[in-house]
Design a protein around this ligand. Structure first.
Ligand code: PLP
Length: 391
């Protein structure tokens, strides 16, 4: 008899967690499951980061911190952004939150309401569309295509802007495609946005340290002309293998810092203090573990892309960044959902159907290569057997 608010019926979810639950269920039944479904590093958080949290707890970091994050952490973030992108960032514009997702939720809630339009990547991280719908705003999909390396076309995005457009969401390197947007498209988008000063940009750069084949990340922080309407989301989850710690941040326009801080106060007060100390150690300590993890991802990436391209009916574009391959499986005659089911139920390989990331993901399956090379090879061999049996 409970009467929930109507907006609850508009909230979506992340299917990767559903696949994860089914994979766990099968594993419990004694099946040997290889998980290429979940988007999280298979490495442990580097020791010196764990030790910093333990030390912080022993030293008494047990209370609230400022809602926007410890000043030392926000300064460490600003220094890191300068080191990595040569971007000047005022530490007071950095707001620390529990993970990458809260920035998404806060930014979309800040702009979304009935009558507003928000442009978002499709296929893309499913939480964007979910939260847009939750706020009552209209989701306007920015279609990303295989032939463009899953990068957006600035011309197309600019043509989608209407007087109701409030926010454009960008994500490079991207989940689920591994696509990296070339600088020329970003340049063209930023130039075109001069004619639309009412449009804000949320740039999700959580995979900004994971690019391959010598590619360099182009942060939206490189464009001073849009700083007053730019939110850059980043965090520790992927880069430092810290998904379970819940630590992220965004760089906000100065005028929005007060608004987002108020959302933090209403929502979670502050991020767990010891976790914030771990975040400082991560940014200020040696980056050798990060480099080693990235080298491992690169090696696995080459194995998986080559292996997927060798499967009958499958072709896989170059996976340029993050830790995802997004092969086109249309040639197998399977839909994305059928492929996901076949691979998991019969092959014991967890993957995520492209349609979990939006309608434009039909015909594609996301493989996370955050797993050992040995497991990746075994998964590919199991899928090869399944697909060959269908010919
Ligand atoms: N943004 C993208 C594109 C992601 O793929 C993810 C996680 O999968 C996140 C943000 C969320 O990261 P976090 O676990 O820190 O909330």
């Amino acid at each position: 008899n409970l009467k929930l608010a109507t907006r609850m019926s508009r909230l979506g979810t992340e299917s990767a967690f559903v696949v994860l639950a089914r994979a766990a269920e099968l594993a419990q039944q004694g099946r040997d499951i290889i998980n290429l479904g979940i988007g999280q590093p298979d490495f442990a958080t580097p020791d010196h980061i764990v030790e910093a949290a333990v030390k912080a707890l022993r030293d008494g970091a047990h209370g609230y911190t400022p809602a926007n994050g410890l000043p030392a952490l926000r300064e460490a973030v600003a220094k890191d952004l300068y080191r990595r992108h040569h971007a000047e960032v005022d530490p007071d514009c950095v707001v620390v939150v529990p993970g990458g997702k809260p920035t998404m939720f806060f930014a979309i809630s800040m702009f979304g309401e009935a009558g507003a339009e928000i442009i978002y990547p499709n296929p893309g991280f499913p939480i964007y569309e979910s939260v847009i719908r939750y706020t009552g705003a209209t989701p306007v999909p920015m279609t990303l295509r295989e032939e463009d390396g899953f990068a957006f076309s600035a011309q197309e995005v600019l043509a989608q802007i209407t007087p109701a457009t409030r926010l454009i969401i960008l994500n490079s390197p991207a989940n689920p495609t591994g696509g990296v947007t070339p600088k020329a498209e970003i340049d063209a988008l930023v130039a075109g946005l001069e004619a639309h000063p009412q449009v804000a940009i949320l740039s999700d750069e959580i995979y900004s340290t994971m690019l391959y084949d010598g590619r360099e990340h182009v942060s939206l922080l490189h464009y001073p002309q849009i700083r007053d309407r730019l939110i850059v989301l980043d965090g520790w989850s992927k880069r430092y293998a810290m998904t379970g710690w819940r630590l992220g941040y965004a760089v906000w326009p100065k005028d929005l810092v007060e608004h987002v801080t108020r959302l933090c106060v209403n929502d979670h007060s502050c991020v767990n203090a010891a976790t914030q100390h771990a975040g400082i150690a991560a940014l200020e300590g040696p980056q050798t573990a990060v480099e080693a993890m990235n080298a491992a991802f690169d090696e696995r990436r080459q194995v998986i892309v080559e292996g997927l391209n060798a499967l009958p009916g499958v072709r896989c574009a170059d996976a340029a960044g993050a830790f995802y391959a997004f092969p086109n499986v249309a040639g197998t005659g399977l839909t994305a959902a059928q492929a996901q089911t076949l691979f998991l139920e019969e092959g014991g390989v967890a993957t995520v159907a492209g349609t979990s990331f939006g309608a434009s993901g039909e015909g594609f399956v996301r493989f996370s290569y955050a797993n050992s090379t040995q497991n990746i090879r075994e998964a590919l061999s199991r899928i090869a057997t399944l697909l060959e049996a269908r010919i």
